[in-house]
Design a protein around this ligand. Structure first.
Ligand SMILES: Nc1ncnc2c1ncn2[C@@H]1O[C@H](COP(=O)(O)OP(=O)(O)OP(=O)(O)O)[C@@H](O)[C@H]1O
Length: 372
């Protein structure tokens, strides 16, 4: 049960600068998901926290104590990574108790204590009936549970999960998500979970951290980040179906502002117009949820576009429309017979747009416009 603080963390691999000056606080007993584009350093950060990788600078504090100089074994961290790394020559019980038998723990745990811990972790993960099976006799999901059990058996202060359910099929992945949350509720271990799956991150975390370019793009309660992205990058990264992101001209008109989508001017409602005060005629970046875009046949709605992609997803049809170089993604339960290159039209509920500075990528709101 530990509060983790990273202060001024720096890490490079040769000329590749991963973290320049990263500060991050992870509260005691929280469940934090780390997300970000491929290669942004998520796994590297986990390895640095675990003590498997050395940082070039900065501090790692566990409950205020600097553990930067401590090796992995001295940090009391449990890890479950996507390749389960189980020992095939041992059965499930042998794999689970393995961390308790490490030479450095010799004499620390009695035979009874080891047996009790194996039983209780197996019960927690509902694998008691598998204790005497070999690893080769387990399904992928069962192996993942054993891997998790092995990381929990020492009751570590911190649990690091790097893509722990990636290799599971959708049904098992879903089941394991609630399992992980349940285990977290029971054990209260401070948990950091890396995932590529935004649904997983939104569903599981108390606190979401989006990494980008060696820093934190945005962090906070997951639904807040999802609904109130503070940068156009965050708006484009999170959203399913994805928000449509595009940079379009903003024009001052007599009663406020309008945006030009393709060739169609759309008047901004007052609250969005207020956020643009201070801007002259220039481009802004908009983010539009798919549900704010309604498609019609060519000529049936004000904004003309060309179909660039279409697919069926969970009973709905997703259509991407190119409107003057900006890609609009619309999703509807109504299925159209379309082909790439077809002309369609769209109406847009512009009041549901979020606006960002095209220069800085920062959200345009009445509060932040002074800082742009
Ligand atoms: N030991 C290493 N030596 C050199 N470069 C490395 C090493 N480990 C990682 N990298 C590079 O550092 C960058 C960050 O890698 P990392 O695995 O942390 O990213 P990630 O965000 O976890 O990526 P992904 O989402 O694709 O798993 C990548 O460009 C990677 O190629």
């Amino acid at each position: 049960m530990t509060k983790i603080k990273l202060k001024g963390l720096q890490k490079s691999f040769g000329a590749l600068n991963i973290f320049k000056d990263l500060d991050l606080t992870i509260e005691d007993q929280s469940y934090v998901c780390l997300i970000g584009p491929s290669g942004c350093g998520k796994s590297t950060l986990m390895r640095i926290i675990a003590g498997l990788e050395e940082a070039d600078g900065g501090q790692i504090l566990f409950d205020g104590e600097d553990v930067s100089a401590l090796g992995c074994a001295d940090r009391d961290v449990g890890m479950a990574f996507q390749n389960y790394a189980l020992y095939p020559h041992l059965d499930v019980a042998g794999n689970l108790k393995f961390p308790l038998l490490a030479p450095r723990h010799r004499g620390l745990y009695s035979k009874k204590e080891i047996a009790d811990r194996v039983d209780s972790v197996a019960e927690l993960l509902e694998i008691s009936h598998l204790l005497h099976r070999t690893i080769g006799q387990l399904s992928g999901g069962q192996q993942q549970r054993v891997s998790l059990g092995r990381s929990l058996i020492r009751r570590p202060k911190v649990l690091l999960l790097d893509e722990p359910v990636t290799h599971l099929d959708a049904r098992l992945r879903y089941a394991m998500r609630s399992e992980l949350r349940r285990i977290h509720e029971v054990m209260g271990t401070t948990t950091i979970h890396v995932t590529h799956d935004q649904q997983e991150a939104l569903a599981m975390s108390d606190h979401l951290v989006l990494l980008r370019d060696g820093g934190i793009e945005q962090q906070g309660p997951p639904m807040e980040i999802y609904t109130e992205p503070q940068t156009s990058f965050t708006a484009g990264f999170l959203g399913d179906p994805p928000r449509s992101i595009g940079t379009v001209p903003l024009r001052r008109v007599c009663h406020g502002f309008e945006l030009v989508l393709g060739t169609t001017p759309l008047a901004l409602p007052a609250q969005l117009g207020d956020a643009c005060e201070g801007l002259t005629d220039e481009n802004v970046t908009i983010a539009l949820p798919a549900s704010a875009i309604n498609l019609a046949s060519a000529g049936g709605a004000p904004i003309a576009g060309t179909v660039t992609a279409h697919e069926m997803i969970e009973g709905a049809q997703r259509i991407v429309l190119d409107v003057g170089g900006v890609r609009f993604t619309a999703q509807s339960a109504q299925v159209r017979h379309v082909a790439i290159g077809d002309s369609l039209s769209a109406s847009v509920d512009i009041s549901r747009a979020q606006l960002f500075s095209a220069k800085t990528g920062r959200r345009l709101t009445t509060k932040v416009k002074e800082t742009l």
